[in-house]
Design a protein around this ligand. Structure first.
Ligand SMILES: Nc1nc2c(ncn2[C@@H]2O[C@H](COP(=O)(O)OP(=O)(O)O)[C@@H](O)[C@H]2O)c(=O)[nH]1
Ligand SMILES: [Mg+2]
Length: 197
């Protein structure tokens, strides 16, 4: 692929410690490049070619997205994967407050997926209950696009999550860019008309 043809997309994986963020990213990278990554991922990222995209995958640390480092990591994100552990009681308040902060700190067109990790382990909440929580969240956050369940023992479940968030994020980014171009062109037209007078 010619680098200049590729669309850059930044994806950040967020969620509580030990929820499975690093495992999710490493599984995706292994599937894409066919080998284990050397990276420990903290304060670090990986660049992956995915179809026509150049994807930078980051892992964010902690939940304090207002603090300097997490804020810097998410402030130009195109897509966020917000993880929770299905083997733990779903903490609606925590997920909701994380979403509130993320939506505030991330660019306006940023897209979100909610991902329940460790689906090979027993669920603490029923799938119906989790779907209800998701529906409640979705009604509050328009940019929250879907909920998925993954396991490191089912690689294809992880690949699906990345494929979807990359596609949604790239589309939103392109739409935003073309609407800005349109506005700039309109502004230029206006200036042109003024000069013509
Ligand atoms: N059973 C199971 N364990 C997982 C899964 N994903 C991660 N883990 C385990 O959960 C622990 C924390 O994972 P890690 O990726 O380091 O979490 P992080 O702190 O969010 O980056 C590790 O012991 C992983 O092996 C999964 O899908 N199933
Ligand atoms: Mg980690």
């Amino acid at each position: 692929m010619i680098v200049s043809d590729a669309i850059p997309v930044k994806i950040v994986v967020v969620g509580d410690s030990k929820v499975g963020k690093t495992s999710l990213i490493l599984s995706y990278i292994k599937q894409k490049v066919g080998r284990q990554s050397e990276s420990k991922l903290k304060f670090d990222y990986q660049i992956i070619e995915h179809e026509n995209y150049y994807v930078a995958v980051w892992e964010s640390i902690g939940q304090k997205y207002q603090q300097d480092v997490p804020k810097l990591i998410i402030k130009d994100a195109d897509g966020i994967i917000l993880c929770f552990d299905v083997n733990k009681q779903f903490n609606f308040k925590s997920i909701q407050s994380q979403m509130e902060i993320l939506v505030e700190q991330c660019p306006f067109q940023c897209q979100f997926l909610l991902v329940g990790t460790k689906k090979d382990l027993p669920y603490k909440n029923s799938e119906i209950e989790l779907q209800d929580y998701y529906n409640k969240l979705q009604s509050k956050f328009e940019s929250l696009r879907d909920v998925y369940f993954t396991s490191i023992s089912q690689e294809e479940s992880i690949m699906k999550v990345f494929q979807l968030i990359i596609k949604l994020s790239a589309e939103a980014k392109q739409n935003r860019a073309s609407s800005i171009n349109f506005q700039v062109n309109k502004q230029k037209q206006k200036e042109y008309v003024i000069i013509q007078k």
